[in-house]
Design a protein around this ligand. Sequence first.
Ligand code: SF4
Length: 206
Amino acid sequence: MDVSKKLRGTVRIQEAPMTDVKVMGSQESEIAPGVWQHAPGVVTTSLQTALNWGRQNSMWYLTFGLACCAIEMMATGGSRYDFDRFGMVPWPSPRQADLMIVSGTVTEKMAPRVRTLWEQMAEPRYVIAMGACATNGGPYHQGYNVVDGVDKVIPVDVYVPGCPPRPEALLYGVVQLQRKINVAGKQEPEKQKQEKVESEAVKEDV
Ligand code: SF4
């Protein structure tokens, strides 16, 4: 018997209604539960948290070095240590840079230039003192031509010790700076708790 002829006579091809069509591969567990079904595509957070998140993950650092520590900074930006995975982008202009890594000896002659570069950076701006020289003069402490730490010239957020610090140390310093940026503008839980206790005590007195 010609099976194809028989089928042609009996089978009717119907289009399935769109409501019955399932997207291949979708599972129940993939569908966002709860509030997301009522407010799809809505994410709630504070503006401060969003700003901090953006700032800590896109720090463009000024490409300038003052001495041997700069070689370690360059190594940190290379493929082995891969600064880029932290959102760190080397930037040749202070106008758009967020972070100044002071890597090397700050001499009396160089200090005013460092200050000028820092002033040209847009706020908020951050500074990492990399190495012993930038921290307190290092081997040249109290030398006739060396500033005993770059914090005599500009404010410093994080100090990275070492002579020179290894790239891992600089990476750790950057992570500490990210943690600092993450809590900027937010009250610490302990402080909030303290304020709550104090306000309740005031209410009881009244
Ligand atoms: S801390 Fe040491 S390695 Fe770094 S700039 Fe000073 S002398 Fe050079």
